[in-house]
Ligand binder design. Structure first.
Ligand code: GAR
Length: 208
């Protein structure tokens, strides 16, 4: 008998290619998980179409329909808790989450970011890495805490920057790596193969 599936929620704002990578990993049985909810803060996010195509429950929550961030986040929390979500995966979710939300899912929110953190947190990071003259960039999966893009790092992948790169070519090569390491990081968490020592996420003995 297969063990019960781990319940994921995926929060999106746009194209949803990382959502697609998670869906594909589940459909290929790489992840023993199910996506119980896809949530978007953008009505016409293509990610919602992808979710619908795969028969996933999805919801658009309009931030403008709430008078403040606390009320908006409480609604998100209620929806996620009603589905007994075990891990919240931010996948191109372009909204900063507040204390209330983060405290509702302690250590259970992860994000994928298109730079080698702690270099280049924030927005437009592929362009900023190029303009800075960095020779390497990449992507990072990390735990979400109250510091933007600042939580403990679970996995990273390095992408060399070529002289001929522009923002688009670099972003595309980083994205290929995102689609590999995001499912890998989720698998490590689902299989309980990570333990924390301060800021460091370490493979525990089961992770050998
Ligand atoms: C990805 O590159 C992701 O790393 C980035 O947005 C893109 C979403 O693409 N996220 C951030 O910059 C968060 N700070 P997707 O919608 O195709 O997954």
């Amino acid at each position: 008998m297969p063990s019960e599936k781990f319940k994921l929620a995926v929060l999106v704002s746009g194209r949803g290619s990382n959502l697609q990578a998670i869906i594909d990993s589940i459909e290929k049985n790489y992840l023993n998980a199910e996506i119980s909810l896809v949530m978007s803060n953008v009505k016409d996010a293509y990610a919602l179409e992808r979710a619908t195509k795969h028969g996933l429950e999805c919801v658009f929550l309009d931030p403008k329909a709430f008078s403040n961030r606390n009320d908006y986040e409480q609604k998100m929390i209620d929806l996620l808790q009603s589905k007994s979500i075990e891990l919240v995966c931010l996948a191109g979710f372009m909204r900063i989450l507040g204390k209330k939300f983060i405290e509702a899912f302690p250590g259970k929110i992860i994000n994928i970011h298109p730079s080698l953190l702690p270099a280049f947190p924030g927005l437009n990071v592929q362009k900023r890495a190029l303009e800075h003259g960095a020779k390497y960039s990449g992507c990072t999966v990390h735990i979400v805490n109250e510091e933007v893009d600042g939580g403990p790092i679970i996995l990273q992948s390095v992408v060399p920057i070529k002289d001929e790169d522009d923002t688009q070519s670099l972003s595309e090569r980083i994205l290929e790596q995102e689609h590999i390491i995001y499912p890998e990081a989720i698998k490590l968490i689902i299989e309980n193969k990570i333990e924390f020592s301060g800021r460091r996420a370490l493979r525990n003995k089961q992770g050998n």
